[in-house]
Design a binder for this molecule. Structure first.
Ligand code: HAM
Length: 414
């Protein structure tokens, strides 16, 4: 049987690669203009990083990680997300000594053993940004604004929902209140929700069955339980977004699948994606660095799914590949000279392709036309090379050394 790419993975073919490059250049432009600098961390990490960072009770850690042994008794995991690794790197490289916040961005692949469907893969890519070392609400609002700009630049129309989780202590109290509420209504909610009241009661807000939904519409909301400081922080984030002209909806029961969040939470979703509507999400994670044994450091960030952005994106004008020169071979004796000419042309800054398929001269010219070559140099066994300008059809004989200067003179390059 022919071997195929594993389920839930995909090949990026050249045309799609060109669209990805457009996305990458927008991300780089927008994030670096705001002072974010690129970071890349390893594709795998100690499993414990995610167990502690993302949270034991999350779906990601419970059932979606690709973990394996390093052969020396240590468990490693293909990274399912980028925030915990970036925080690990922040601690490991003593970045708390740098001026704060340290603003980092990445464009990396991530791995989750999810059931594959449109927009949901087992290896996928994210553009992420993390601002580590600031608790200012301006940081949160700025990240949302930058993410909105990226989506806008790509023609992705997405709805923004925001919320706040407050402090972990508030959340613990609220969790108990919610557990009491769910237990009191346990006959009305689904079996799955009932079985997870102890482990993850918040997931009840995600349930789709009518019974649970009705119970949850009356459930106490964390947003109504925030302490004064957190409430002011959230109010400031909202005011800054209003001033920036960003439209959003406050969703008191917004749930994200990662346990490290505190305070601000946000998500962009798009109808263009079907069931997998989440395009990008993020929030504040003020306790994560400490949880990973680093100095107490507030932080905030986002990640946007590359494939989901590309699925939801409008037309992304990609620039066609340029070929300045096609080097055709008219006689086998000319091959070494043709090889050399292509090489020298590239060194002179031209995009030059060499005939590599042993075609007839007629076919070589047709191929040169197909690849959009502006000039074709026909190299034979004689002392001259003939240079054809494809647009005009004009052709002349030149000493080989004059071919590149002639193209440079006639091209936009000089
Ligand atoms: P997340 O919401 O798990 O957040 O993932 C962010 C984005 O990655 C999603 O909105 C989605 O576009 C994309 N994504 C997630 N899973 C898949 C998948 N299986 N296939 C395709 N795309 C997927 C995080 O990962 C956090 N680290 C975000 C963050 C950064 N929070 C603070 N800083």
């Amino acid at each position: 049987m022919r071997i195929q790419a594993p389920r839930g993975t995909f090949d990026v073919l050249p045309e799609e690669a060109a669209r990805r490059e457009v996305l990458e250049s927008h991300a780089k432009r927008i994030l670096e203009a705001a002072g974010y600098r690129r970071i890349e961390t390893p594709a795998f990490e100690a499993t414990e990083l995610f167990a502690r960072g993302v949270g034991e009770a999350t779906d990601i850690v419970q059932k979606e990680m690709y973990s394996f042994s390093d052969g020396a008794g240590r468990s490693l995991t293909l990274r399912p997300e980028g925030t915990a690794p970036v925080c690990r790197a922040y601690i490991e490289h003593g970045m708390h000594k740098l001026p704060q916040p340290v603003k980092l961005w990445y464009l990396s692949s991530f791995f989750r053993a999810e059931a594959p469907q449109k927009g949901r893969y087992r290896e996928f890519w994210q553009v992420g940004a993390e601002a580590i070392g600031s608790s200012e609400p301006e940081t949160d609002a700025e990240l949302v604004v930058l993410l909105a700009e990226l989506l806008d630049a790509l023609g992705v129309r997405a709805r923004l929902t925001i919320s706040s989780l407050g402090k972990p202590e508030t959340r613990t109290e609220y969790r108990e209140e919610l557990q009491r509420y769910l237990r009191a209504n346990s006959e009305l909610v689904s079996e799955e929700v009932r079985s997870r009241i102890d482990l993850n009661p918040l997931r009840a807000f995600d349930a789709l069955d009518a019974g649970t939904r009705e119970v949850m519409s009356e459930a106490p909301k964390l947003l109504d339980r925030l302490d004064a400081e957190d409430a002011v922080h959230f109010a400031t984030v909202k005011r800054l977004l209003d001033r920036a002209g960003i439209t959003y909806e406050v969703e008191p029961a917004l749930v994200r699948g990662l346990d490290y969040y505190t305070r601000t939470l946000f998500e962009f979703s798009s109808d263009a994606l079907g069931a997998q509507s989440g395009v990008a999400g993020g929030g504040r994670y003020d306790r994560l660095i400490e949880q990973l044994d680093g100095p107490s450091t507030p932080a905030c960030g986002f990640a946007a799914g590359v494939e989901r952005m590309l699925l939801a994106a409008g037309d992304l004008p990609t620039s066609p590949a340029l070929t300045d020169l096609y080097v055709a071979i008219a006689a086998p004796e000319g091959e070494p000279q043709a090889f050399q000419l292509a090489r020298e042309a590239r060194r002179a800054g031209l995009a030059a392709q060499l005939e590599l398929a042993g075609r007839s001269l007629k076919r070589q010219l047709a191929h040169a036309d197909r690849v959009g070559a502006r000039y074709v140099a026909i190299v034979g066994d004689g002392a001259t090379t003939s240079l054809k300008e494809m647009d005009s059809g004009e052709q002349r004989e030149l000493p080989p050394a004059d071919v590149i200067p002639a193209i440079l003179r006639g091209s936009r390059l000089v």
